[in-house]
Design a protein around this ligand. Sequence first.
Ligand code: ARG
Length: 467
Amino acid sequence: MDDKMWAGRFTKELDKNVNDFNSSISFDKRLYAEDITGSIAHADMLGKQGIIPSKDAEQIILILGDIKNDIESGELKFDGTAEDIHMFIEAELTARVGYIGKRLHTARSRNDQVALDMRLYLMNQINSIGEILAELLLVLCDIAEKHTGTVMPGYTHLQRAQPVTMAHHLCAYAQMFLRDMDRLSDTSRRTNISPIGSCALAGTSYPIDRELEASNLGFDGITENSIDGVSDRDFVIELGSALSILMMHLSRFSEEIILWCSWEFRFADLDDAYATGSSIMPQKKNPDIPELIRGKTGRVYGDLIALLTMMKGLPLAYNKDMQEDKEAIFDAIDTVILCLRTFKPMIETMKINTENCRAAAAAGFINATDCADYLTKKGIPFRMAYKITGQIVEYCIKNNKTLDTLTLDEYQKFDPEFEEDIFEAINLDNCIKARDVYGGPTPERVQAQIGNIRINIAKLCIALKIQ
Ligand code: ARG
């Protein structure tokens, strides 16, 4: 009957089904390293403060190290009937060193222990995700650098709108991923605060040193309020939110790649190693990877909603509902890592069909704004120039022409201000060159943007402590 750590006030054993229902070891076992690291720092602090004999602290630390090695070598298996990873490690410690091990949980509760483990774990994961994201960004920069002269239509409402370049378009995604990295760095900053010493909720009467324990664990600071320290999971939700936004960006990009690979667009071809065939239609090459990424985005949103909903009605301080944070955020992390790891080589090997991009740019009247601007620069108010150009476009559509194939005579029928230089003004390369504004599509502006992106990647890697 003293099988459970909390068995003292109970007269019956826990029902077997309730034990399974209550247990989190099947998923929180992935916190084993953080749990042991936290316990080592705790034992060390307890010893240094004279709360437990320093010889006992030393022994506890030694055995905890052995337990970690044994888990990693596969010698020690997780006990599926244990209540959670914290109980499992503590029970194993006690089994190995007897009553000395029972001193470890002095001035600590699983409530601050689990909050600590989660913060440590999430900081590591944020770092890993940041690293893959940085690699993806560098790949995007490399591809963009090759396509500063690849003219393509920019779209609004999925209708050809104005000329841009593939590099300009790709850099738009790079900017989004940079902000995703920045959000991860923000999240990490707020996660990097130690709750240990909050204990169950009200602190402790032992003379603990919270700063020492936190700094030994590499934290930047300690929580200010012991109730808050064990109650909130906003850092988990923040990560879930940053990951959802990241997936939203990845999903939009995936959607575009799916479109680009269609015969209607043919702007890009996926490498054969990153596409699949159909079981019945021999001609098919399907973009399963970007489709799956688009699909998995919903799953990460679901994880975020689960987290938000789990927390919204909880009175302070700890409630067992909060155990549900783990599967949700672990799933979000695993999904994002999987998607990023697959997406990066997929775009790295993807072929961009520069000719098709240019052909599409030549066909959709995307230089109509430039034609209107031409007249405006001759003194005609923009609204009138806009209307005249609209009439020219209508004429072209009816007569199966483009702005480039009209004759000067035809132009002059619409307005006498048109001169020979209209053809220069609506030339696609010139349309791009003319938009020489900060953030615009000229090859020089985009090259400068790529340079800035590279600088920002380096800065964010420093902020996220990525080597
Ligand atoms: N497995 C629990 C969790 O993930 C650990 C904390 C348990 N605390 C408690 N007072 N029952 O939240």
